[in-house]
Design a protein around this ligand. Structure first.
Ligand code: VGL
Ligand code: ZN
Length: 207
């Protein structure tokens, strides 16, 4: 685990991605070994002045749910107007227990902002910055710029989807981006390898 004690200043923000029940043990889309990140996430949160959370937050019948498409199974890929879309088990339905954070009270209290994403029925949103159409903003970039935050440090779930695409979009939007590998886990080995390669090519610091 890298120590950010001397690096995390007022121009840095820790963005904790989707640490929610459905992505952890017992959840609808549990990330393998996901619970292992929890101590590291808590430790990181203690080292940052600025802590931001993202929360995957879908209406029931969301276009990314396999159950929304008759005859389709989870992890199949369909073509959406904005491109290929992996179909997921129904997860993080707005207001459900699965959508709740699984974070210590200290972290919840410290969080300055919660960015919800995936709330439009017809567009999925992996990235904390842009929805999967690659153009609808979540508002996070504007909020960070307005506050003079230049560097984001990312942890949470899942490395190959929400963490990875947040890192790539963060770079695209001009932020310095660090991903703390010990405080993230991914869904599948192939997509993890692909995303790590893309992140390195994009100048994401993986520590
Ligand atoms: C995520 C798949 C679907 C994630 C969210 O948080 O990585 N993955 N929705
Ligand atoms: Zn989702």
């Amino acid at each position: 685990m890298s120590d950010f004690t001397h690096a995390a200043g007022e121009n840095d923000a820790l963005v904790i991605i989707d640490v929610q029940n459905d992505f952890l043990s017992g959840g609808a889309l549990a990330v393998p070994d996901g619970d292992a990140i929890l101590p590291g996430v808590e430790q990181l949160a203690g080292q940052f002045e600025n802590v931001i959370l993202t929360q995957d937050w879908h209406p029931s019948g969301h276009a990314s749910f396999a159950a929304t498409h008759p005859g389709k199974a989870p992890f199949e890929v369909i073509e959406m107007p904005y491109g290929p879309q992996v179909l997921w088990p129904t997860h993080c339905v707005a207001g459900s227990a699965g959508a709740e954070f699984r974070l210590p009270t200290s972290v919840l209290e410290k969080a300055q902002m919660v960015v919800r994403k995936g709330f439009r029925a017809q567009i999925d949103s992996y990235s904390a910055f842009l929805e999967n159409d690659q153009k609808t903003p979540t508002g996070l970039a504007g909020a960070l710029r307005e506050r003079g935050i230049e560097r984001v440090v990312l942890c949470g779930l899942a490395l190959d989807y929400c963490v990875g695409f947040s890192a790539l979009d963060g770079r695209k939007l001009g932020f310095e981006v660090t991903v703390v590998q010990g405080a993230t886990r991914g869904i599948a080995p192939e997509s993890i390898a692909e995303r790590l390669g893309q992140m390195r090519d994009a100048g994401v610091l993986v520590v």
